[in-house]
Design a protein around this ligand. Structure first.
Ligand SMILES: *Cc1c(COP(=O)(O)O)cnc(C)c1O
Length: 222
């Protein structure tokens, strides 16, 4: 296994180059997705000044938090079952998978503070992917006004698993367009300034298209 310090240097370089290619200047935050690695490996990430950690299962998140007392910022990136909300909602700093009203209702009931949420969109339209259809996103965000605990910080998507770069790029640029449409709604609870997109295989394209959070597992800690 390569050292995380070395992986991180390379990833940061690739992000900087992608920003130049994309002619963009946004700040890009790396979330280390630790769902497949040990507590020890996660601590190695923290030693390298990575503060944003991502987990996709409640059990995994809670197990890591049990062992890791450092001031990490925790992102829940997987789909969240309604019945599991109470286990995790007060343990996380960001939720990347808000995709239905029933989930928002349960968050409202269980959260003890405002929860920073990304609304997940299924831009590619793949059956297997979670998230709202693109044409549901705006009305969904508007319907969240009734929930005092939900703050829509941005949109999240996953690109399809394909070698066709143009398909991936279109998904990311479409998400950016949607994000700008949400911004234009000017909703106090939905500043929607952030874009959570890009993983190990496609983060450079995501950054070129404006990603502000990239979720990287394999290439960083794997
Ligand atoms: C696992 C996962 C990632 C990271 O995937 P890698 O390909 O290992 O970088 C990012 N986002 C989500 C939602 C994931 O489940």
């Amino acid at each position: 296994m390569a050292k995380i310090s070395e992986n991180l240097i390379q990833i940061q370089q690739r992000i900087d180059e992608a920003k130049k290619r994309g002619n963009t200047s946004q700040q890009v935050t790396i979330i280390a997705v630790t769902k497949q690695v040990s507590v020890e490996r996660t601590l190695e990430a923290i030693e390298n000044e990575i503060v944003h950690l991502g987990e996709n299962r409640p059990e995994g998140l809670l197990a890591k938090k049990e062992e890791i007392k450092d001031n990490a910022i925790w992102h829940f990136i997987g789909s969240l079952q309604t019945r599991k909300v109470k286990q995790v909602i007060n343990e996380i700093d960001y939720l990347h998978s808000l995709d239905r009203l029933s989930l928002a209702e349960e968050i409202e009931k269980r959260a003890e503070k405002t929860i920073n949420c990304f609304v997940q969109a299924n831009v590619s339209g793949e059956q297997s992917k979670h998230g709202l259809d693109r044409d549901e996103v705006l009305s969904f965000v508007q319907s969240l006004s009734q929930f005092s605990k939900i703050r829509v910080v941005g949109l999240m998507t996953m690109a399809p698993n394909t070698d066709d770069e143009s398909v991936i790029r279109k998904v990311f640029s479409d998400l950016k367009q949607l994000q700008q449409q949400v911004v234009e709604l000017n909703l106090p609870y939905a500043p929607c300034t952030e874009l959570s997109m890009g993983m190990s295989n496609d983060f450079e394209i995501a950054v070129e298209e404006g990603a502000t959070f990239v979720r990287i597992g394999t290439a960083l800690v794997g």
